[in-house]
Design a protein around this ligand. Sequence first.
Ligand code: TYM
Length: 333
Amino acid sequence: MKKKLVFSGVQPTGNLHLGNYLGALKNFVILQKEMKCIYCVVDLHAITIFQKPEDLNNNVLETVASFLATGLDPKKSIIFNQSSVSGHAELAWIFNCVSRIGWLNRMTQFKDKAGSDKEKASVGLYIYPNLMAADILLYKATHVPVGADQKQHLELARDIAQKFNNDFNCSNFFPLPEPLIPKNVSRVMSLRDGTKKMSKSEESDYSRINLKDKEDDIANKIKKAKSDSEAIPDNIKALEAKPEALNLLNIYSEISNVSLEKVLNEMSGKEYSFLKTKLTDVLVNEITPVGKEIKKLLEDKSHLMKVLKKGTEKANIIAEENLKNIREKVGLI
Ligand code: TYM
């Protein structure tokens, strides 16, 4: 049996939101109680789309602050930024030579992010999933907590691991990492359009709840969120064609820790304004303390730098040891 090891990453591209929190960060905190965990601020991934250098710097620290504010403990988990462990870029190069162009051509996230003019997208954006596989396999991680949008990238990481093991005749050298995707909030949707995922890049700030939002922001955004003109139904099936309503109910169910069935039992026949009042309360309770803590932590940047430095040292030890074996397998001297 391989030892269980968790790895996950978050891009430092500004405000983290409720989707990042429910899809990933909340799970990170639960997992650190049970397993050895490595959490990475993936700055090399962020620069696949141009970032202003001064913004990138601040966003890395803000992402670390968000990790700590949601409950990650640097004594339990390794917390560091990707570019400070050079093994990520080195293994990504090796994986560029293992991964197949046909595999990358299937990645839907590249298609979404590159938009209509693919010729103008960076090469980095195209080979991004190979770097992601390198992040995970550099530590031989076995479990990867992510939202559903990363599932395809995880499948690619497994394909790369398997091909490497076959090509270099070393079965079981890399584990095939398993995604850990939350059941009900694997894809938190936009508050304005229930068919799109909540994301940092959607133009309207009303589409998302940011971890730094104040009580009033949360109340206003939930008030304006799209719901449904009919009353709340008594069964989940009736919500199939109502993605905005289902999204709000799912968020409420997850944060209040009550199953969706029970929530529907309790609320069926009521207007969505009833749900919205309750949802605002639970969100304010859960999110505003995190936002306040992020702001407090950002007042002491030297502390955040120290957390990163210590994490980097620990990550580097594991990475270097594994890289030594990887170089050997490939035949690099
Ligand atoms: P990123 O930075 O876009 O998002 C960080 C995490 O948040 C999850 N997430 C969501 N979950 C549910 N609903 C949403 N609306 C939502 N939006 C974001 C993402 O699934 C992710 O878990 N490629 C990754 C970062 C990465 C990584 C890795 C992850 C790089 N290397 C290695 C795991 C392992 C990304 O861009 O996540």
